[in-house]
Design a protein around this ligand. Sequence first.
Ligand SMILES: Nc1ncnc2c1ncn2[C@@H]1O[C@H](COP(=O)(O)OP(=O)(O)O)[C@@H](O)[C@H]1O
Ligand SMILES: [Mg+2]
Length: 399
Amino acid sequence: MANIEDIKKELEKVKYPGFAKSIIEFGFVKDVKVEGSNCLVTLDITSTAADVETQLTKEITACLSAIEMTVTLNFNKPQAPKQSSNTVSGTNIAPQIKKIVMVSSGKGGVGKSTTTVNLAVAAAMQGKSVGILDADIYGPNIPRMMGLQGKEVEVIGDKAKPLNAYGVDVMSMGVLMEEGQAVIWRGSMIMKAIQQLLRDILWENLDILFIDMPPGTGDAQLTLAQSVPVAAGINVTTPQHVALDDSRRSLDMFDKLHIPVAGVVENMSGFICPSCNTESDIFGMGTCEALADQYNTQVLGSLPIEPAIREGGDAGKPIVYCQPESISAKRYMEAAAKVIAFVDAIDDDRTNEDIQPTTPPGVSACSTTAAAPKAEASSGCCSSTPKDAAPKQGGCGCN
Ligand SMILES: Nc1ncnc2c1ncn2[C@@H]1O[C@H](COP(=O)(O)OP(=O)(O)O)[C@@H](O)[C@H]1O
Ligand SMILES: [Mg+2]
């Protein structure tokens, strides 16, 4: 006859729907009682959605029947979203925004802002009403990348109206602060700044708000997750292993904050030589597939190092809009379609408590785990046969 320990061991196999962790790891199993060959299991779950209960019932029943136990389940579910003692946790401070997508990276310079801009413009080109909130208070680059530098912000009452470019509403610390102004951000200031950017900006009803986060896993990420339900997280990384290690921290943070991961963008994945048109493996290529697998998610797209992407960023002309025929533009369009499909599958009326159910206020989102994914064989452009054999000036030096 199975005892309580045997039952708990079986329950460790049951994952909470939509997450990689089990109901035991989440601490959702509150009580287990054994009565002969039947057991009584009490679960605290954080979602009011009926399909969560149905799926858990199915999986728990199947698991326990393997050790010849029947089960009676008792689910404790949240009632209405309630205000907790923390002033932000539990409330959605921007309810007019349907889906919030957090774009994160383990470190700076990997193309987080470039990705945010191109995904947002691509989503707008696919018919969604879209906004970008530049929450990278340390390096607010979105105004330049969207061609909005020096634009005046219109203030209505005590709220500011977002700017608009390429069909996307935009607000950034870079627009609100004086150019070049240095600010030393303390944790409490970051928290206030992020909340103000959500609350005191006149965001229209948006299908998706992409948020360009500061790099890393700190106060800004935590504040955001406690202030609004974040429907999806996107991790942007370059393919070399040192960048992937930082990405793992970022993906672990999504997991800790209970943010569903829409996928990984592999940026600067190879370099297409404009001269000989062959692909060189500069930071590596294809390494993100293993990372995505490890975190049960997908690669949204692989973007090569392409001078036109950088030029588009510097000139405020996103490649996806301004050079729609380029390979990179097409990849951004495909990646945005995957993000749209992912967030569309998440209930509109989910609250913070559904999506970020158990993160206590003030808990650090930082964590470290490492497992090196396989290395890819490299192929240099100089060793391969150029498609266009005519020598040209410039390019990767192959000629
Ligand atoms: N795929 C790419 N090809 C060429 N340049 C890129 C690519 N992705 C980003 N860049 C350039 O690299 C620099 C850093 O990108 P950025 O998006 O600002 O990174 P982050 O926001 O992560 O700091 C920018 O000048 C940008 O234009
Ligand atoms: Mg940036």
